[in-house]
Design a protein around this ligand. Structure first.
Ligand SMILES: Cc1cc2nc3c(=O)[nH]c(=O)nc-3n(C[C@H](O)[C@H](O)[C@H](O)COP(=O)(O)OP(=O)(O)OC[C@H]3O[C@@H](n4cnc5c(N)ncnc54)[C@H](O)[C@@H]3O)c2cc1C
Length: 340
């Protein structure tokens, strides 16, 4: 049984991990590396996690899935000094500092967030830098019923099942309109987010390592270099709110950068304009809008031997990506016979 998984984020890699002893699985990703939104960008001497900041494990299934990576130190706790900042800024009475719950440790990949995806990729057949452009039903289904083509129209082989784990906006470009849940998938929207990456030649004496911001275009500020195993050069990661990003989605990045630097400097009362490095990344599909399509279950078309799944079956969290990939894999395992 040959299975193609499109997307090497946490959902796709979970599916591949769970099916590896039962099927011949190939994972495709358009990016040069694995991890999707659990991304890390290096700009020596700095490093930035410009996607997911950390994740927690509330379910027993996810806790147990994380164990090998925790044992190897690829995942470690980030015991950040945490603050909540109100629009009026750090000095405001509405702002406060908190201790993160001991019950749910905050995990990060080491040396970057993408280390966990790299760990999961080790024993898998992964084809990166391969953007799947179309899925074509084979005329003579000898080796599989779906033939995949990349965006150069080169065949990437034929498969019995295709599992699409991209954001829904990208999934509907690949799924046939006759896919049983096509309408449902096309009605799911992911919102954008801007990540601002700043590097400094001196340490910034921030009174927090991670801060949730309310009532501002900014939703999050973190000292990236306070995470375990990062380069020591001071790096700061700022994220916009999804609503603000939606309004400014096509603005040029210089304007985005200027606005976010000014707003963040005001909030934390430190002038951030003296940075040595700066970059902005636009995530077009960052965060889910709450929905209850399909009761949060993966979308599976058994007749077509095709499925669509991602964090967006629930909420935009790494644990949700795992849980929905895991559910999809369990459902397929009940249908497939082992290869050995
Ligand atoms: C800015 C930001 C901050 C976040 N913060 C947190 C946080 O603090 N905690 C938390 O738990 N979660 C956070 N998240 C959410 C978390 O990153 C996601 O829930 C999770 O990583 C989603 O995994 P996924 O595999 O479902 O999707 P993705 O990671 O999006 O993976 C989909 C993959 O599909 C690939 N792809 C798309 N189209 C194609 C194609 N045609 N061919 C081949 N490949 C394709 C993409 O390159 C991508 O790698 C954040 C996300 C963002 C963007």
């Amino acid at each position: 049984m040959k299975i193609a998984v499109i997307g090497a984020g946490i959902t796709g890699l979970t599916v591949a991990e769970r099916l590896k002893h039962t099927a011949d699985v190939t994972v495709f990703d358009k990016a040069r590396g694995v991890g999707g939104r659990t991304a890390t960008r290096r700009a020596a001497p700095y490093s930035f996690d410009h996607g997911a900041q950390y994740f927690v494990a509330k379910s027993e299934a996810f806790k147990s899935f994380l164990k090998p990576a925790l044992n190897e130190g690829v995942l470690q706790r980030w015991d950040a000094r945490f603050a909540e900042i109100d629009a009026a800024g750090l000095a405001s009475e509405m702002s406060n500092t908190k201790v993160w719950s001991e019950e749910y440790p905050h995990f990060v990949g080491v040396p970057g967030m993408n280390a966990f995806a790299k760990f999961l990729s080790r024993d898998k057949n992964i084809k990166t830098a391969t953007r799947i452009g179309k899925l074509v039903q084979t005329a003579q289904p000898v080796e599989g019923i779906w033939e995949l083509f990349d965006d150069q129209n080169t065949s990437c082989g034929a498969y019995d099942w295709v599992i699409v784990t991209t954001p829904p906006e990208q999934a509907i470009e690949l799924l046939p309109k006759s896919f049983s849940n096509f309408e449902d998938v096309s009605n799911i929207e992911l919102l954008p987010c801007f990540s601002l990456m700043l590097g400094f030649d001196q340490d910034l004496s921030l009174p927090f390592d991670a801060a949730l911001v309310r009532n501002s275009p900014i939703s999050w500020v973190a000292k990236n270099s306070s995470k375990p195993g990062r380069p020591t050069s001071c790096s700061v990661l700022v994220q916009s709110t999804n609503d603000w990003a939606k309004k400014h989605v096509d603005d040029n990045h210089e304007d985005i950068q200027k606005t976010l630097i000014e707003e963040c400097s005001r909030l934390i009362d430190i002038d951030l304009s003296h940075h040595k490095h700066s970059a902005v990344h636009r995530w077009l599909y960052a965060n889910t809008v709450k929905h209850r399509k399909n009761n949060g279950e993966p979308f599976i078309d058994v007749e077509k031997q095709m499925a669509a799944v991602g964090d967006w079956c629930g909420n935009a969290r790494v644990e949700s990506a795992f849980l929905h990939g895991d559910r999809l894999a369990t459902s397929l395992l009940n249908r497939l016979k082992p290869v050995h």
